[in-house]
Design a protein around this ligand. Sequence first.
Ligand SMILES: [Zn+2]
Length: 235
Amino acid sequence: MATAEEFTPESERVMNTLRDEIIDGTRAPGSKLVEREIAAELGVSRLPVRDALRSLVSEGLVTPRPRTWAVVREFSQSDISDLNEVRSALETLAFRLAAERRTRAGLAKLRDDLDQQLAASAKGDGQAARRKAADFHQTVTELADNALLSELGGILQSRMRWLLGQHDDFDLFAHEHEELYLAIEARDVQRVDELAAQHLATSRAKIAAHRRNANAGAKADLDPSVDAGDDLNDA
Ligand SMILES: [Zn+2]
């Protein structure tokens, strides 16, 4: 019998596993999350699964259904446009403050995120490249050293990590992050402003292309003559 102390980590472990699977896309949007099935899959009881699903609902990654199941959230075009608008405002501020306030230790952490992203991108490891790119953005928010911005970042973290993963252009994003890193290192606020605006524009275009591609992929499953790869290079 698990004690109260042991119980919390188990529901957290379930939550972390499910969150990663949703953000990485291994659990597809709209797919069912059934307490009993997830409990069996992860070798836990139903209670920690229920708690984990409830937390993921509040993080905006899961849509609740009546009784004992839920679904992986399907972000609509309007959800994505809301996320893009908020991301734009918060990220512009975060990059600028990071350039002004970065510490040596903070910069080293950002360099480490970037190096891991570059390595993953060079290897063609999409999942690691996406995760490290999202880490890079989280570290920029830390470097901004503004408690309220961090609090807002925390509330939006899971949805933003999901959004940041909606692309297929790993080398391009690694390159843009490297330019941003160098401008932050140089405390070149004007350059950071320009690069951040450019990065947001690139991101919006690539997210749109990724979604067109995902939709084309869904159609291609039905009709093999549809080439799902074409939209990848749209900007
Ligand atoms: Zn980025």
